[in-house]
Ligand binder design. Structure first.
Ligand code: NAD
Ligand code: ZN
Length: 358
């Protein structure tokens, strides 16, 4: 059986595309002029973008803070605020719009799902547990690399695990990809999130679930990443945005691998963000991805990025064990990277050993 692949049905791409957001949303509001819920990274609260958000009087703008990566409790809180706005304005929201990096896009996806599904978002961490379609939701990335704009997951940290809400309903209904929005990302953040895309491609290509579709996307995205971070092409923002999109498509069709499995453990236990966590881990995976790690180090050197070291040296044993537990939950990633007998290759002891080197 081949997978029946759900994709983002509509997207607008190009410099200044953000100016079209108002019109796109207008078409969804219906005759009652139903409200939109904007979830916007609070880094933009004081900048020029704040004044360009096409919010009307019934709409709600929630400035979201992503100092910590999205937690299920935060999603539940934001959903409650959106529900209260619906009561105040006398009608269900017409849509949810996420404007920000991967964290904000994931929050927007999660809120759009939780507006139509009962209980806590923690109840839905896993694969295909969502029962009802989400509210119409739009993604507007301001940072490129995660591929969250195209994926069928929203990665959340819950009380027990860091695991996405994976479902066809999670996928955005509309994307607005405007390279101008990523122009002012601080250089180090841009590197970390850009390397997330690069690692998606390396991992997608070097695994058992790779196929002509995922390979085509990953190869192009990998070339774009290397060009952006080694050659500095003229339109590097557009190139990076395109790489993120294609890298995301590639892993949606294939899978990520060892770096992501280990990085989830680091992030769950140490609160390390996804991009930087991946960079930390990837540097220790030469044995598995030799060419990928060599090019990664060239890009790192060119951008003068120093990675944190000795993160696990003084950690209590129980915490290392928890990290191993989180990594081991991600079975499809291990199977993609190492095959169906992966448990005999990647033992608890081996994972522990890798963590202790970091
Ligand atoms: P992020 O969204 O966590 O943002 C990182 C920092 O960059 C924040 O401080 C943010 O305020 C800032 N920022 C964002 N846009 C900016 C801009 N234009 N100018 C200046 N600062 C800006 O970073 P990220 O790397 O894009 O996302 C990481 C998150 O994405 C993690 O939570 C991870 O779990 C998730 N993720 C999701 C998927 C998915 O498929 N859903 C895939 C990979 C990662
Ligand atoms: Zn990633």
């Amino acid at each position: 059986m081949y997978r029946n692949f759900k994709m983002v049905p509509r997207l607008v791409f190009g410099r200044g595309a953000f100016n079209q957001l108002g019109k796109i949303l207008e078409d969804r509001r219906g005759p009652q002029g139903s409200a939109m819920i904007f979830l916007v990274d609070d880094v933009f609260k004081t900048g020029a973008l704040a004044g360009r958000i096409p919010a009307g009087p019934r709409d709600l703008t929630l400035w979201v803070n992503v100092d910590d990566e999205p937690k299920t409790a935060y999603v539940d809180h934001l959903t409650e605020l959106a529900r209260q706005n619906a009561e105040r304005t006398g009608g269900a929201p017409a849509g949810v719009v996420g404007i920000g990096g991967g964290s904000t896009l994931d929050l927007a996806k999660a809120v759009s799902l939780m507006l139509t599904n009962r209980g806590s978002s923690a109840d839905y961490q896993g694969w295909d547990l969502i029962q009802n379609p989400a509210v119409y939701h739009v993604g507007v990335p301001t940072l490129s690399g995660t591929g969250a704009e195209v994926s069928r997951t929203t990665v959340l940290t819950g009380p027990e695990k860091k695991l996405g809400i994976n479902s066809d309903f999670t996928v955005f209904d509309q994307l607005v990809l405007d390279p101008e929005l990523i122009a002012d990302v601080p250089a180090t953040q841009r590197f970390y999130t850009g390397m997330d895309c690069y690692i998606h491609c390396v991992e997608s290509l070097a695994g058992n679930f790779c196929n002509p579709f995922s390979r085509a996307c990953a190869e192009k995205a990998l070339d774009l990443c290397k060009s952006v971070f080694l050659d500095e092409p003229a339109d590097r923002d557009a190139d990076l945005m395109m790489a993120s999109f294609l890298g995301g498509l590639s892993i949606a069709w294939s899978q990520v691998g060892i770096c992501h499995a280990l990085s989830y453990g680091l992030s769950f236990e140490l609160g390390l963000h996804h991009g930087i966590g991946n960079c930390v881990v990837f540097d220790y995976l030469e044995a598995y991805y030799p060419e990928g790690v060599a090019d990664f180090r060239r890009m790192q050197a060119k951008h003068g990025v120093e990675l944190p070291r000795r993160l696990t040296a003084d950690l209590a044993d129980a915490r290392i064990e928890r990290m191993v537990d989180v990594a081991l939950v991600l079975e499809p990633l291990w199977e993609h990277a190492l095959g169906s007998g992966w448990q005999s290759v990647m033992t608890r002891e081996k994972i522990r050993e890798l963590y202790l080197r970091m």
